[in-house]
Design a binder for this molecule. Structure first.
Ligand code: IPE
Ligand code: MG
Length: 228
């Protein structure tokens, strides 16, 4: 969800108002995803690098997050949205961790999943997964369960049980992955947009989906290893 700061700067507003506008853009996008029959939306809300920002901006973002969690509960439950966090959640305040766990629990039956990456870094996630991998593979062998390495490794990631993304949209003109879903992005299509995240509108959303469908058709819907 990149470009909040630039969006605010252009309007001579404080950065936090850009983040607030970004939260509104997320609301809208979630709605369009549901309408389009998409079942998983993952947003990069706060990276392991973002802790280096000014303490004012970090605490403002944490407050915004806490507000989102508290104010959205009913809406998420009513709309069948399962809320899930990936990343180093232990870095967050104990209070925020509790709020997150409670919302995950209350919404877990939802048929649409909103995954929020918080204090998230793809490399960090892979290192943490690697630590669990040996033990998990060993356990499976002992129980006579199949140990297909990639699948077991995937199940050690924060995204266990969540399918790999089909499409990754990067806003605000950046052409980098910036440590987002490194493992999971192996076969994802990319859509790069110059639009700043708070300005991400239905037209841009439709363009992203259209570019994905065109490529899917060209590839004959093939995914993964057989890909030429
Ligand atoms: C992304 O917007 C939101 C967060 C990382 C929380 P930025 O804050 O990175 O916006 P720009 O890149 O300064 O425009
Ligand atoms: Mg940025």
């Amino acid at each position: 969800m990149d470009g909040n700061g630039r969006w605010a700067k252009r309007r001579h507003l404080p950065r936090l108002m850009g983040h607030q506008a970004g939260a509104d853009a997320l609301d809208r996008t979630m709605h369009w995803c549901k309408e389009a029959g998409i079942r998983y939306l993952t947003v990069y809300a706060f990276s392991t690098e973002n802790w280096k920002r000014s303490s004012d901006e970090v605490s403002g973002l944490m407050k915004l997050l806490s507000h989102f969690i508290k104010s959205k509960e009913k809406e998420l439950v009513d709309n069948g949205v399962a809320f899930r966090v990936i990343g180093r959640r232990e870095d967050l305040s104990p209070r925020l961790q509790k709020e997150i766990a409670a919302l995950e629990e209350k919404t877990k039956g939802g048929d649409f999943t909103l995954v929020v990456a918080l204090s998230y870094g793809g490399r960090d996630e892979i290192v943490r997964a690697a630590k669990n991998f040996n033990a998990e593979a060993q356990r499976r062998r002992e129980h006579g369960e199949s140990v297909e390495d990639e699948a077991v490794f995937s199940s050690c990631l924060d995204t266990a049980g969540i399918p790999d993304p089909d499409l990754i949209v990067r806003t605000s003109g950046e052409l980098r992955l910036s440590n987002f879903l490194l493992w999971q992005a192996a076969y994802a299509e990319f859509y790069f947009s110059d639009v700043l995240w708070p300005d991400f509108d239905k037209q841009e959303f439709d363009k992203a989906l259209a570019s994905f469908s065109r490529r899917e058709r060209r590839m004959g819907g093939r995914k993964g290893e057989g890909e030429g």
